[in-house]
Design a protein around this ligand. Structure first.
Ligand code: 9MR
Length: 378
């Protein structure tokens, strides 16, 4: 028989084997695999993890996540505790850890009113420095830090939390001494230090209408000056009752409408009662401990657990719907015991904010989030 007569048979056999392999390809079972091609799944990591000490968390991280954010070691008080004296040991270790584990490495955060060292804003007499001097200090800090990790860090939170929930400017030292253009300047310094790096604005309570409007206006203003903002980070410190996901969606689409990618950068859901959600994630907020405000020290009742899981599923459903606008969803930690939520805004409570429990086990909702992604169109 002529070979050409066999061609249709080859095609048929090829098609059949493709079909068979598609049917038998196992569905992804981990978060990072299920969400591959949709968005990255990140985690904030502390120095116990980046130094290699917390091996149990590292196992979870490697299996489930593909991006890391430094929880604290790249904040300005850690990186430059004294003027001109940089401490890079922890940050270097963080970047090396991220690279060695094949993670997309994020930088957090260059300019933030909080966790900035005292000296940054004052002269030798304890008085506020001049606008020129603060701009110079900002430039030196950003240039030194961003240049050091050029090509290693995929994107930087350049400015963190500059707008209040009502949309007005936070009266930070940067704002008071320099004025509104401190944001634009920070982005310009970072862009010059690493032209290929992604640059983000990051903030909490982003579902609030006031914050949304304030952030949109601020970004439009700096874009009008020719400054490129690659992404907007919606931190996503959530609770069982807040934010309203319809409002969250409005902000997500508004930010994307500015031509910016959207990242969910610090996701967690507190289950604990007793404080005004309007404090957002303001690290300065603090309330007194009361036993009644720590109701789940011995375990989480099923009813609350299922509310927590519903909130996670509803949010991830929304994020999948908008996957074309989102590059990364980062959880603010891996396991519940390491979450800042246990100590804020009241110290010493037991919260259940994350996706992995105190025994490093995935909560049942992890499987449901994986299924959500597996069943969503690619
Ligand atoms: O989780 C961080 C906690 O360990 C620190 O004590 C705190 C102050 O540096 O910052 C926490 O992370 C914050 C993040 O850097 C910015 N957004 C709010 C986060 C939670 O407070």
């Amino acid at each position: 028989m002529k070979l050409s007569k066999l061609y249709p048979l080859f095609f048929l056999a090829g098609g059949l084997s493709l079909l068979l392999s598609a049917c038998s390809a196992p569905e992804p079972t981990t978060l990072k695999d299920a969400y591959a091609g949709k968005f990255l799944i990140g985690a904030a990591i502390n120095t116990h993890i980046s130094s290699g000490r917390d091996t149990a968390s590292i196992r979870v991280l490697r299996a489930e996540f593909n991006s890391v954010t430094p929880e604290n070691c790249m904040k300005s008080e850690n990186l430059q505790p004294e003027k001109g004296v940089f401490f890079f040991d922890d940050a270097d270790q963080y970047v090396k850890f991220g690279e060695e584990n094949g993670m997309t490495v994020i930088g957090h955060c260059l300019i933030w009113h909080s966790q900035a060292p005292e000296w940054f804003f004052t002269d030798e007499n304890g008085q506020d420095v001049s606008r020129e001097e603060l701009i110079q200090r900002m430039k030196d800090h950003i240039t030194t830090v961003v240049s050091r990790y050029k090509g290693k860090i995929k994107g930087w939170d350049v400015v963190n939390e500059a707008i209040l929930d009502d949309g007005s400017w936070r009266e930070s030292k940067f704002y008071q001494i320099i004025g509104e253009d401190f944001i634009q300047l920070a982005f310009e310094f970072a862009r010059t230090a690493d032209p290929d790096c992604e640059l983000y604005y990051n903030d909490y309570s982003m579902a609030n209408e006031g914050k949304r409007t304030g952030v949109v206006n601020m970004i439009k203003n700096i874009q009008a000056q020719g400054v490129q903002v690659d992404g907007i980070g919606m931190q996503g410190h959530c609770g069982l009752k807040f934010p309203d996901l319809n409002e969250f969606e409005k902000s997500l689409t508004a930010f994307s409408g500015l031509g910016c990618r959207v990242n969910i950068t610090e996701l967690d859901f507190t289950v604990l009662p007793g404080f005004d959600p309007s404090v957002g994630a303001d690290v300065a907020a603090s309330f007194e401990y009361q036993q009644s405000l720590n109701p789940y020290a011995d375990g989480l009742p099923e009813a609350v657990e299922s509310q927590l899981y519903s909130r996670y599923k509803d949010l991830f459903g929304l994020l999948l719907k908008h996957q074309d606008k989102i590059d990364r969803v980062t959880l603010w930690g891996i396991t519940d015991d390491a979450s800042w939520r246990n100590d804020w805004p009241i110290k010493g409570r037991t919260d259940y904010a994350l996706l992995f429990d105190r025994n490093y086990q995935p909560k049942p909702v992890v499987k449901e989030l994986v299924n959500l992604a597996n069943n969503s169109p690619r």
